[in-house]
Design a protein around this ligand. Structure first.
Ligand SMILES: O=C(O)C1=C[C@@H](OP(=O)(O)O)[C@@H](O)[C@H](O)C1
Ligand SMILES: C=C(OP(=O)(O)O)C(=O)O
Length: 407
């Protein structure tokens, strides 16, 4: 399905309810499989969380998690500990290109039985679940934090817990801290000092408890972009959010000040208001803690015609697509001038935005949602627009409801 957006104007003072964070949800689903006394409220309805739920419930010997990176990594660790089960875990053709060797090597050194079905270092994996005998492992921490979170999530069920030593510069740190915070919330003891993380084994029965998932901040980024591209005075309310979030992408509130957007934290929601023009110089953001909002920010800067330099983007090339290349190709079709390296992207200031351009989305939900706000500036076509369901199935309905003119 392609969606054509006619140049639109936002209705003012709209309210949108966004589904639960897919990162928090997929962690809690795994913890719930280990500790059935956990109840979850405001679970994400994203494809990735639905797939995670199904995979945890299935008795089938082949599990297909499509494009869901967290599900692939978290389930690999989980299945490795499920005594006596033999399973093949696979995914989309892109998932078969997303590296997993660092996690597999760590699990093997803890005593797991995992082999590669196709290419060494990549899914699909054949996993024969067994009791893991060791409790100390070191791994590279600069490729994906999901490998680390995967190990941490199963750690409290190992006889001696787990001691991780992280080598190299640690990437996507807030996601590791999110995992540790959720473990602490359910009653598991952890520590994270410099490059060492320890998780204590769980020795007592956890009490029945309900955890409430905060709504997804990465999804909120598209509304930040929409407000940034709107006239001064335009506002929108989105829920349910809190000031002290577990999600690193909540840094949006700070970053978008530079684009003239103020964030007001109310009881359970945030109100985004365009209060002033965007800064036109010194827009520079280091995003190794918040890689998922890079696409949104790049498109906002282009839409506003301001120069913006983003660093810390070394993980973008192994996500749903090579996001650095995808951004360069699609933004340049619209008239942008983009410079990329292995880990950075610069949007140069430009005046013109071409109209009626078709944007390819490369099976990447964030390509579709990041480019959509440009509909406030020009008419634009988003190819394969249904990719949004990976994280935000209602995106297009919400988008229409706030005033966008879709065909
Ligand atoms: O742990 C998580 O929930 C995630 C961690 C990040 O991945 P990396 O650690 O691979 O950067 C992020 O990009 C992804 O969308 C979700
Ligand atoms: C990178 C993402 O997800 P994952 O790695 O879990 O597939 C994302 O949602 O932007």
């Amino acid at each position: 399905m392609d969606i054509s957006i006619q140049k639109s104007k936002l209705y003012n003072h709209q309210e949108i309810k966004i589904t639960g964070s897919k990162s928090e949800s997929n962690r809690l689903l795994l913890l719930q499989a280990l500790y059935p006394q956990i109840n979850i409220n405001n679970l994400s309805n994203s494809d990735d969380s639905v797939l995670m739920q199904k995979a945890l419930a299935t008795k089938e010997s082949i599990i297909d998690i499509h494009h869901a990176g967290t599900a692939m990594r978290f389930l690999t660790a989980y299945l490795a500990t499920q005594n006596g089960e033999e399973v093949v875990i696979t995914g989309s053709s892109r998932m078969k290109e997303r590296p997993i060797k660092i996690l597999v090597d760590a699990l093997l050194s803890l005593g797991a039985d995992i082999s590669y079905v196709e290419n060494e270092g990549f899914p699909p994996l054949k996993i024969i679940g067994k009791k893991l005998s060791k409790h100390k492992v070191s791994l590279e921490a600069n490729v994906s934090s999901q490998y680390i979170s995967a190990l941490l999530l199963i750690a409290s069920k190992l006889d001696n817990g787990l001691e991780l030593t992280l080598n190299g510069k640690i990437t996507s740190v807030p996601y590791i801290k999110m995992t540790l915070s959720l473990l602490n919330e359910i009653g598991v003891e952890t520590s994270f000092v410099e490059n060492k993380i320890t998780v204590k084994p769980n020795t007592t029965k956890l009490l029945p408890q309900t955890l409430v998932v905060e709504s997804d901040w990465s999804s909120a980024s598209y509304f930040y972009s929409i407000i940034a591209l709107s006239d001064i005075g335009t506002e929108i309310t989105i829920s349910s959010y809190k000031k002290h979030s577990l999600q690193g992408d909540s840094v949006l509130a700070k970053i978008y000040q530079s684009f003239g957007v103020a964030t007001h934290f109310d009881a359970h929601s945030i109100r985004l208001v365009k209060v002033e023009e965007a800064q036109t110089s010194n827009l520079e953001f280091h995003l190794s803690d918040a890689p998922d909002i890079a696409q949104t920010i790049a498109v906002t800067a282009f839409g506003l015609g301001v120069e913006c330099y983003m660093t810390g983007l070394h993980t973008l090339k192994i996500k749903e697509t090579d996001r650095l290349v995808a951004l360069k190709v699609e933004l340049e079709k619209l008239g942008a001038e983009i410079d990329i390296t292995e880990a950075s992207l610069k949007v140069n200031a430009s005046k013109e935005i071409k109209s009626d351009i078709s944007i390819n989305t490369y099976n990447d939900h964030r390509m579709a949602m990041a480019f959509a706000p440009l509909g406030l500036k020009t008419s634009i076509i988003i190819k394969n627009a249904d990719v949004v369901s990976k994280s935000y199935p209602q995106f297009w309905e919400d988008f229409k409801e706030i005033g966008f003119n879709l065909k």
